[in-house]
Write a protein that binds this ligand. Structure first.
Ligand code: URA
Length: 232
């Protein structure tokens, strides 16, 4: 079987395994886990923080208000969402109840750490060319260090240990929450950050249109070991 087919099957198995995960307290009260979706060998792996209320109910990443904003940006940039693998650093929705409403709570570092191995396995299987981190939780999970998003946004950062190229920007919900008077400027600045990945994304789209889908990046040896474990 090709890596693509094997990895697609392994991602499905991982998705089922995350649903049963109780390595931190977030799994129990959630409706279900929300695993990543998109093609193996995607040009970009887009990583958010955690599923929101809608994602928790539907079981798919970025289908709520933040996802709609991301989709709008993708359309404005001339990208297509199907090109990307979209996932989250944390796979279960963290919330607190206020009356009947479930209010988003930012996951703690312990929860993000407990969930990290799922993301590592996704990275090893999907082998994207680069990563887009939406917000501080995603950036920290990818770069394995605290990231000051406002300072480091909008340029490629390289993780020396793994060779990962990561573009960091704000989480779309920060734009939704932001000062209405600043909304247009914040939107333009966000698009500018995202556009740093445009040449990579468009090159991959041209290759795909010419019938040459980009092959997944070769895996490092530690990643090959992890993939074997996931597939066995
Ligand atoms: N916010 C995220 O970070 N991820 C989602 O899937 C939805 C909202």
């Amino acid at each position: 079987m090709s890596h693509r087919n094997e990895a697609t099957a392994a991602l499905k198995a991982l998705s089922v395994a995350t649903d049963a995960c109780r390595e931190c307290p977030l799994g129990e009260p959630a409706t279900q886990s929300v695993f990543g979706e998109g093609p193996v060998g995607a040009v970009l792996m887009v990583v958010g923080e955690q599923p929101g209320d809608k994602e928790d109910l539907v079981g798919r990443p970025f289908v709520g208000p933040a996802g709609k904003l991301f989709d709008r940006a993708v359309a404005e940039l001339g990208w297509s969402r199907e090109q990307h693998y979209v996932t989250n650093a944390v796979k279960h929705f963290k919330y607190e109840l206020r009356g009947k409403r479930r209010i988003h709570k930012t996951p703690g570092q312990r929860e993000a750490e407990a969930c990290h191995h799922w993301l590592e396995s996704e990275m090893d299987l999907v082998r994207p060319q680069a990563f887009l981190a939406l917000g501080a939780t995603a950036a920290r999970s990818l770069l394995r260090r605290p990231v000051a998003v406002m300072k480091e946004r909008g340029r490629w950062l390289e993780d020396e240990a793994t060779g990962r190229r990561v573009l960091v920007t704000l989480h779309p919900s920060a734009l939704l929450r932001g000062d209405p008077a600043q909304r247009e400027a914040a939107w333009a600045a966000w698009l500018k950050d995202l556009s740093v990945a445009s040449s990579l994304v468009k090159k991959a789209a041209r290759k795909l249109a010419a019938g040459q889908p980009s092959s997944p990046k070769p895996a490092a040896s530690h990643a090959r070991r992890r993939v074997r474990m996931v597939m066995e």
